[in-house]
Design a protein around this ligand. Sequence first.
Ligand code: MRU
Length: 322
Amino acid sequence: VTARPLRFEDEALLVLDQRALPGRETWIRCHSAAEVADCIREMAVRGAPAIGVAAAYAMALAELRGEDLERTGTLLRATRPTAVNLAWAVERAQAAAASAGDTGSLLELARELHREQDEADRRLSALGAARFKAGDRALTHCNAGALATAGYGTACGVLRSAWEQGLLAQVWVDETRPLLQGARLTAWELERAGIPHRVVADSAAGSLIARGAVDRVVVGADRIAANGDVANKIGTYPLAVLAARHEIPFYVAAPISTIDPATPDGGSIPIEERDPAEVSEHGRAFNPAFDVTPAELVTAIFTEAGVLEAPYDEAIRRVAPG
Ligand code: MRU
């Protein structure tokens, strides 16, 4: 049932066009890094770890075509600024190219990062599921599933793992304005996995939590700063405030590649602003794509290297020394 949003075949990266889901399953065949960069910018592929994996394959395509890896890296990094997995993957590829030198090595690296992502997802998902109790009802925001990681999924991976262990009764899925990653993508993934779920308007979360219908909130992350502040899809921060107000756990599930020890705190995380037309074709709109949740509102961060808890600066130094 695991969706596979990225495939490398015949010297091309095949990208499942997530803009068309759940209505249509169309694939975009990318022969060049520039074509992959377009897919990332326009969100045919999205989700922090998945765009990291896509960028690694893009670097491999650039190498196969004899293109300049420095310039390709700059092009890729400029596509989406908040998710640090993108820069992380580009840096890994550039370092590998500098040390190996033989053509073809970047394709091996991309395949390895792709595999590692799935392994990390499965480990952190099991650790997260261990926090669940039978009958739990969880709420999630955006899509942090297989589509977003090219592996098992992070926040949705935790939900899948809890479901497989009989610890999950139901998922509330925030529709996630303006691009509806929850209503279109998370609901699609949960449906395929056979997990009971209901889609709700983002603005319904408060009253659901207030009337005791949510036992835990689980979300993914685009970048985690050295102090534990978490950038994720716009609308995540209000959920953390609600969870604190009603004393339910607020969990973040993310691989170590999402932690950026070089970013000291949430205030230093660049927040992508997207086309106002995504919010409204009428009138003047403002479209920040992410928000920052302060570390003090995060109950725990599930990573493949263990569960992190406050004090986050110390916990993060242990797993991502920088
Ligand atoms: O704008 P998107 O759809 O790329 O945003 C995705 C998110 O905010 C996810 O929660 C995050 O990238 C984690 S995906 C495992």
